[in-house]
Write a protein that binds this ligand. Structure first.
Ligand code: 13P
Ligand code: SF4
Length: 301
């Protein structure tokens, strides 16, 4: 990013009364432009309470959509609307309705990595940062449907010691992290704690010291006495981990963990998004109102 892009973005941001939110996996140049960089939960909370009139959401579509659902009177811009989440697209409202029909009376929970129409069919949302706390609010005698991530679902289900009806969705980026890569990294850096994201497969999670959201990893990095930390998630997070902790070494367990959608947005796209006020996220109000209940139920926990 050149100085002109940054200066012009800051000027436009003031003119539009805008805030720029970026996910921890976005390009470093986008994180450097953003007012806030965080995990899905932190960004949803910020989106819910911002006083800015315009929110530029740098991440993937469902995140911008969540911000728009929470802010019906505001303008939410997604600089690159084709940046989607393949896991979110592994279920749609029709298939979820059919799944619900197989388990009548179950409480339906969706990972925030889901479309507005799927959220509209759910009772409550979770993110990887609050899933355990949110699930604990559901009475023990209820059956639970959990969509779309089978890995986050099975992770929380084993923490809770109860079974969920899991949808077989997964993150294609985190699926690239193999047990062999983890064992090799551990052998090369004995004693270094290993952090993985709950979207990783069970065999990988079982080898980790901590299974955390991206925000949880940032906190762990700040608070841990460890000088070398192994990171098992999308490599975009390394930018933030390294700039916030210059005295520590962060080693990606695999360089293959790159989410192509998170990388679509460049600093230039953010500038153009503000200059042309595009692409506005618009959701039909009936769907938005139903999805909002599920998101607000989560934010209230
Ligand atoms: P976090 O909520 O942990 O940031 O995760 C979001 C995501 O898409 C992970 O793939
Ligand atoms: Fe979706 Fe995985 Fe990319 Fe996260 S990392 S946005 S879950 S594809």
């Amino acid at each position: 990013m050149n100085g002109n892009t940054a200066a012009e973005t800051i000027r436009l941001k003031k003119e539009r009364n805008a805030v720029i939110l970026a996910h921890n996996y976005t390009r470093g140049e986008v994180q450097d432009l953003a007012d806030f960089t965080g995990d899905s939960l932190e960004l949803a909370r910020l989106a819910a309470r911002t006083e800015a009139q315009t929110i530029v959401f740098c991440g993937v579509w469902f995140m911008a959509e969540t911000a728009a659902i929470l802010n019906p009177g505001k303008t939410v811009l997604a600089p690159v609307p084709s940046a989607g989440c393949p896991m979110a697209d592994m279920i749609d409202a029709a298939r979820l309705k059919a799944f619900k029909a197989e388990h009548p009376g179950a409480t339906t929970v969706c990972y925030v990595n889901s479309t507005a129409e799927v959220k509209a069919e759910c009772d409550i949302c979770v993110t990887s940062g609050n899933a355990e706390k949110v699930m604990a609010t559901i009475p023990r005698d209820r059956e639970i449907i959990f969509v779309p991530d089978r890995h986050l679902g099975s992770h929380v289900s084993s923490l809770e010691g109860r079974k969920y009806h899991l949808w077989p969705g997964y993150c294609p980026t985190h699926a690239r992290l193999t047990e062999k890569a983890v064992l090799d990294a551990k052998a090369a850096h004995p004693g270094a704690p290993l952090l993985v994201h709950p979207e990783c497969a069970g065999g990988v999670r079982a080898l980790a010291d901590e299974c955390l959201s991206t925000g949880g990893m940032c906190r762990y990095a700040r608070e841990s006495a460890a000088k070398t930390i192994l990171v098992g998630t999308e490599t975009g997070i390394l930018h933030r981990l390294r700039s916030e902790n210059p005295d520590k070494t962060f080693i990606p367990v695999s360089e293959a963990l790159v989410c192509p959608n998170m990388k679509k947005t460049t600093a230039q796209d953010v500038l153009e998004s503000l200059a042309e006020m595009k692409t506005r996220v618009e959701i039909d109000e009936r769907t938005a109102a139903r999805a909002r209940r599920a998101i607000e139920a989560m934010l209230a926990v």
